[in-house]
Design a protein around this ligand. Structure first.
Ligand code: FES
Length: 102
């Protein structure tokens, strides 16, 4: 399951669907400009637990994360997959649909 900081609802994980798509399918507010092509960096998430259960970062993702100045614990949701239990924090909710997460 995917747990999201500030939300009750957990989302079933899937190794075949990107984190970004899973969040969007479940109406979790997360921003994207490039539509999942590792270009905009708006889908940034902080992995609070379970990073060992996620796919490895691709070169493309690493380059983008470095350009954003993002630390080791950060991932691009559009480039991330998991089959296990993880917990994440969404950095940029979709504008206009702000969650009230503390
Ligand atoms: S959606 Fe643009 S980098 Fe992930």
């Amino acid at each position: 399951m995917i747990r999201i900081k500030g939300r009750e609802q957990a989302i079933p994980s899937s190794p075949a669907v990107s984190l970004l798509n899973l969040l969007q399918r479940n109406s979790v507010s997360i921003d994207t400009v490039c539509g999942g092509r590792a270009q905009c960096g708006r889908c940034l998430v902080r992995v609070l637990s379970g990073s060992d259960k996620m796919n490895r970062k691709s070169q493309r993702e690493i380059v983008r994360l470095q350009a954003l100045g993002a630390g080791e614990e950060m991932r691009l949701a559009c480039q991330s997959y998991t089959r296990g239990d993880i917990e994440i924090e969404i950095i940029h909710p979709h504008p206009g649909t702000e969650d009230s997460s503390g």
